[in-house]
Design a protein around this ligand. Sequence first.
Ligand SMILES: Cc1cc2nc3c(=O)[nH]c(=O)nc-3n(C[C@H](O)[C@H](O)[C@H](O)COP(=O)(O)OP(=O)(O)OC[C@H]3O[C@@H](n4cnc5c(N)ncnc54)[C@H](O)[C@@H]3O)c2cc1C
Length: 259
Amino acid sequence: MLPYFRKSEGLAPSDEIPVDGPAHNNAGPLGVAVRSPVLRAASDFVEAAVAAGIPRGDYNGRDRGGAAGVVSLAQSTTRRGKRSSTYHAFLEGEAEHRPNLKIITGAQATRVILESQSRQMEAKGVEYRLASGEIDTVHADREVILSAGAIGSPHLLLLSGIGPRPELEAVGVPCLLDQPHVGKHLKDHLLVPLLFPAPGLGVTMNEIALSMGPAALRGPGGPLPADPADDANLPADLQALKQEAERRITEWETTAGRA
Ligand SMILES: Cc1cc2nc3c(=O)[nH]c(=O)nc-3n(C[C@H](O)[C@H](O)[C@H](O)COP(=O)(O)OP(=O)(O)OC[C@H]3O[C@@H](n4cnc5c(N)ncnc54)[C@H](O)[C@@H]3O)c2cc1C
């Protein structure tokens, strides 16, 4: 996979992390960056781990340090403070207007169309459903590439008749290719947050919510009314909170994305 990861990646150069150069590319379309500004709590955490004997390293490099692991500030799929989504990275701009590319949105793929070719099964196209309920198909001259995610891709294979025969037949899907492993062995990526009081070091969840604009502060659970139409008679302290949230999100919208 490494040649393809390198082709994709546009890692922003940073002095803040150890980078395994040959495992990365700085010029690809998918933005990867260290969060900026670096929070003191984050750099203190890295230093504490180093002091405890965990080597500094590049966890997106070729060597993750074996059993000892490595410690680093996190790299995230962002470019200049904004998420580098699939659309922004690969489609937006020139690419989405290419004459040999047609993007169909608001559609759900319902089946890969399979045909038997001299005892071999070939994927010949995809059937999909539009929001209107209308069913349509596209035909493939060369190949069909499924990229519907860890759950969506096996789901589509199962709907297409590729999967464990007994399970498909039990729900009335004709089995075209008996593949007992399809839809099995999902490995989740577990994350365990450990929370400690660290006054003055980090950023509180309230601060984060405030920086996400007024919508993040609305009910249920938030201090602002669920419906913006009910903001008219806000008490002065909530009015000030709303204004500060608006100021922060506007600052982000107008400055993020700039070099
Ligand atoms: C909160 C979060 C943060 C993450 N942060 C990072 C990060 O910073 N860096 C990193 O490297 N990884 C990160 N990951 C992991 C990364 O997002 C995934 O590994 C990656 O998105 C997988 O890409 P994919 O194209 O295989 O599938 P997905 O991104 O899941 O894309 C599948 C797409 O197919 C669509 N789809 C599914 N079924 C159908 C259907 N039947 N018809 C039509 N469309 C369908 C889905 O709607 C979806 O848009 C993060 C994941 C999460 C959840």
